[in-house]
Design a binder for this molecule. Structure first.
Ligand code: PEP
Length: 251
């Protein structure tokens, strides 16, 4: 049984005070939830405070990015996986499409960042997903497969069991245009099949694959009914504690 995960990506939206306020409101709204793992990803400047305020709760905290560098040194502006671990976070979102599109993230950097997470015993939430033009050209599966192979290159079977995949079709992120549950299921099944070819069936059956792209309280239930959808990575609808708690408590 794969325990579902509902993760919220707060992107670059909240100041420190707003992050604390939303985190504490969410904490009380989901205090009795245990059917899924709950993760929120605040900005770096709020990471430690949010981790401290949520200590002992059922909400885990993720960073939204980390450095490709594993060793500390002269890397101005970078934050290492170890530093993220040091302030109490347990997960890192790696390779989000906004980083791939606007900040030069590549399959190679995603791979290095994933390895940095593993080295410091953090869980990488590795994001993959095709652009609209790639889907329209019939290339969605090829793109997703090469992102997957690139991101996970060199990982052992044990490593693979410690990561999470988030399938986020770029055309569905922040657009209000969700993939239908059938479209999402089809790609999730393809991802699981690819993982099975890469590392065997047992691993592929263990890995959780989240869907991301305009997930809202009114579409989460139908997405979660799909066999290969193990949770959601939520952007916009995670910014308000009330709407995110409705997604968390989808059943
Ligand atoms: C995201 O940022 O990962 C995301 C899925 O955003 P949204 O839910 O707003 O589409």
């Amino acid at each position: 049984m794969r325990k579902p995960i509902i993760a919220g990506n707060w992107k670059m939206y909240k100041l420190l005070g707003e992050s604390i306020e939303t985190a504490l409101a969410l904490k009380s709204l989901v205090a009795n939830t245990n059917h899924c793992e709950i993760i929120i990803a605040p900005v770096f400047t709020a990471l430690k405070t949010v981790c401290d305020r949520l200590e002992g709760s059922n909400i885990k905290v993720a960073a939204q990015n980390c450095s490709t560098e594993q060793k500390h040194g002269a890397h101005t502006g970078e934050v290492s996986a170890e530093m993220i671990k040091d302030v109490g976070a347990s997960h890192i979102i790696i390779g989000h499409s906004e980083r791939r599109q606007f900040y030069g993230e590549t399959n190679e950097s995603v791979n290095l960042k994933t390895k940095a997470c593993l080295l410091f015993d953090l869980t990488a939430i590795v994001c993959i997903g095709e652009m609209l033009a790639e889907r329209e050209a019939g290339n969605a599966e090829n793109v997703v497969k090469s992102q997957l192979i690139g991101a996970l290159e060199g990982l052992t079977v044990t490593d693979m069991k410690r990561i999470i995949i988030a399938y986020e079709p770029v055309w569905a992120i922040g657009t209000g245009k969700t993939a239908t549950p059938e479209q999402a299921q089809e790609m999730h099944a393809f991802i699981r099949q690819t993982l099975s070819e890469m590392n065997g069936k047992e691993v592929s059956e263990t890995i959780r694959i989240l869907y991301g792209g305009s997930v809202k309280p009114d579409n989460i239930e139908s997405l979660m009914k799909q066999t290969d959808i193990d949770g959601a990575l939520v952007g916009g609808a995670s910014l308000e504690a009330e709407s995110f708690s409705k997604i968390v408590n989808y059943k």
